[in-house]
Design a protein around this ligand. Structure first.
Ligand code: F6R
Length: 626
């Protein structure tokens, strides 16, 4: 595990990058606990500013662990939370009061009277006074010693949306469109996300003596680049942290990936060249100059900050040729793909398989492989209630008309009744969750039938960590890992396919990845003597594609291949037209994203001077999960 502190010219705030998001949480928790202990030894209090959201959960868990195992006490701690939705009842599922209790306060000994969180349950006429009182209490406590922040994709800190200013104090604010879209999953649908929130102002935050901003996941990489490298602007509130003398930004590799220091380090200074970096630089140079790799000339290198690369490799023509050759070797036609092998395809949700690797799946079928598609979670949380009603009515009609069974016990009507009185964002009953799962399962089977597989090839693992009925999941546990180990032992696969989404440590894909990783450790330890370790193929989820320089296998798809894949994606009807969680600022449907992404990869290869294909899927292959 490594952590690097970068301080190149372009970064306007100190940045600390870790390979592993868990390491970030430990570092931040350590800084907080050191401060608490130091103050305690002097008989003093410490005032903390605290965020909610997915980013700080690891820090709270680590602090709770320190409390339980290392005797860290919080009796001298006073806390002020950054924000709360408005309106919001404190016991609602989405309330930040509830979040803080569940993730932190219920497990440590912060005195009740020291806890402050803005209230979402007051009358509109009381809001201004409440905000002024919040500011007064912060002052009375002596100001904030250390504030921990997350960042939203709108660039907000707290809920200081675009248009906020460095003088702003605690106030009611209207939430940005992107923030409401990102919160939609917590509220089941965007329309249930409150329009407003009460938040500490940028000015309140800037008065803290120490500021720690944390961010993880490549979905936030563009906003982190703006916050860290671009001048202060009210369009991105986080840029105001640049004026603070004691602020630091903690990032994981994925979120740091757009920083110049990580993406094109040669543009800002000296780098240690190796073949991987040289390949990345040459592909970047080709794209920047609009030339194919074979057209690049030594002067292109000199004109684009790559003198050092010229010195390190000497002959740039030879370098370009070897990179071109290397890329060409990575194009695998069907006869170069696994044949007559045992394969498990792990699909986090019941559609990632066809969205991300539908083309590959069809080719693996033609190659006579024994394939099991293992759907790891049941995907129930992303099904609309209306689909449940439709399927229930369908099953009722079939039961009555074809099987001559009536709904004597009223089971169907009682479910319909529940749906009728269900409140916005209420968790479904176990029955409804199961019906939603079956909707997704039947769609998954219909989809793999398109690529030549059948129900016998599908396994529904229904991993327990997913079954909270809410978007926030439980941590992956031994029960999840055991289920995967059992499948590995049963199939003894020669290849496994896994969604390699390394961003969003709390997202379902990342959790599924972690579960497979842990299961493989157990499996490889136990059966390594009898069986070779399975080769691991990593595919990307619906959102991103691998960078060209990282890809190990390009699979060309013809128009017919891509059409078949899209037809398979169509079978996921509950996710079509209007998915529950389409992701902010991307109105495209999943099949459109899959199509665009595969066609874009083909275009990129074409531009680099490789053969021109209709569409291309991309995979990274590894022996051990990275
Ligand atoms: C929450 C808060 C917000 C979040 C930000 C990131 O109290 O103040 O600024 O920190 O929206 O949220 P996550 O961590 O869920 O991506």
């Amino acid at each position: 595990m490594s952590t690097t502190i970068s301080s190149p010219q372009l970064e306007r705030i100190p940045v600390n990058i870790s390979d592993d998001p868990a390491e970030l949480s430990r570092l931040v928790a350590m800084e907080i606990s050191d401060l608490i202990r130091e103050r305690k030894s002097r008989g003093e209090n410490v005032v903390l500013g605290l965020p909610t959201g997915s980013t700080p959960i690891g820090v709270y868990h680590e602090l709770v662990r320190m409390h339980r195992e290392d005797g860290l006490s919080f009796v001298n701690v006073i806390t002020f939370n950054l924000d709360e939705y408005y309106p919001m009842q404190p016991d609602s599922l989405q309330s930040y009061h509830r979040f803080m209790r569940e993730n932190f306060f219920d497990h440590v000994d912060v005195p009740e009277e020291n806890i402050h969180i803005p209230r979402g349950d007051i009358e509109p006429s009381e809001v201004d006074d409440h905000c002024a009182e919040y500011e007064r209490l912060i002052q009375q406590a002596g100001g904030i010693d250390l504030i921990m922040l997350g960042i939203g994709r709108s660039g907000h800190i707290g809920f200081n949306e675009p248009g906020s200013h460095p003088e702003d104090r605690t106030r009611l604010i209207v939430l940005d469109e992107i923030t409401r879209k990102d919160a939609a999953s917590d509220f089941f649908e965007e329309k249930y996300v409150p329009q407003a929130a009460i938040t500490m102002g940028v000015g309140t935050i800037l008065e803290s003596r120490r500021i720690i901003l944390m961010a993880t996941g490549e979905h936030k990489a563009p906003i982190i680049k703006r916050a860290v490298e671009e001048p202060e602007s009210s369009d991105v509130s986080a840029t105001y942290l640049q004026r603070h003398p004691n602020a630091i930004v903690y990032l994981d590799k994925a979120v740091a990936s757009e920083l110049t220091h990580e993406k094109t380090p040669w543009c800002i200074g000296s780098v240690k060249w190796d073949d991987d970096l040289a390949k990345r630089a040459v592909i970047w140079l080709a794209r920047k100059t609009g030339k194919a790799i074979a057209e690049l000339d030594v002067s292109d290198f000199h004109r684009n900050h790559l003198h050092e690369l010229v010195h390190a490799y000497g002959d740039t023509d030879e370098l370009c040729q070897s990179i071109l050759e290397n890329l060409r070797e990575k194009i695998h036609y069907r006869n170069q793909l696994p044949t007559e092998q045992r394969i498990i395809v792990f699909s986090p949700h019941p559609d990632d398989d066809v969205i991300s690797m539908g083309g590959m799946l069809a080719k693996l079928v033609v190659n006579d492989n024994e394939i099991v598609v293992a759907y790891m979670t049941n995907g129930s949380v992303a099904v609309f209630d209306q689909d449940v009603r439709r399927h229930l009515r369908f099953s009722q009609m079939v039961r009555e008309d074809i099987f001559h069974e009536c709904d004597d016990d009223g089971a169907v009507s009682s479910i319909l009744e529940f749906l009728g009185r269900k409140k916005p964002a209420q968790v479904d009953t176990d029955e409804v969750q199961r019906i939603k799962a079956y909707i997704r399962y039947t769609e998954a089977v219909a989809a793999i039938e398109i690529v030549g597989l059948g129900v016998e090839n599908a396994r529904f693992l229904d991993l327990p960590f997913y079954k909270t009925g809410r978007v926030r999941k439980d941590p992956v546990s031994q029960a999840d890992i055991d289920i995967i180990v059992d499948l590995l032992n049963e199939i003894v696969p020669e290849h496994i396919f896994v969604a390699g989404d390394l961003s969003d440590p709390h997202g379902t894909h990342r959790m599924c990845y972690g579960a497979v990783e842990q299961a493989l450790e157990v499996y490889n330890r136990d059966v390594a003597d009898d069986h070779p370790k399975p080769k691991i193929w990593l595919y990307r989820g619906a959102w991103q594609e691998w960078e060209i320089d990282r890809v190990d296998v390009f699979v060309p798809l013809s128009k017919a291949d891509l059409d078949r894949k899209i037809e398979a994606v169509f079978k996921h009807e509950s996710q079509k037209d209007r998915a529950l969680f389409p992701g902010a600022y991307d109105e495209r449907e999943f099949w459109q994203r899959a199509r665009d992404r595969n066609r874009e990869t083909a275009e990129k290869l074409d531009e680099l001077g490789l053969p021109r294909f209709y569409a291309v899927e991309a995979y990274v292959t590894v022996d051990e999960m990275p």
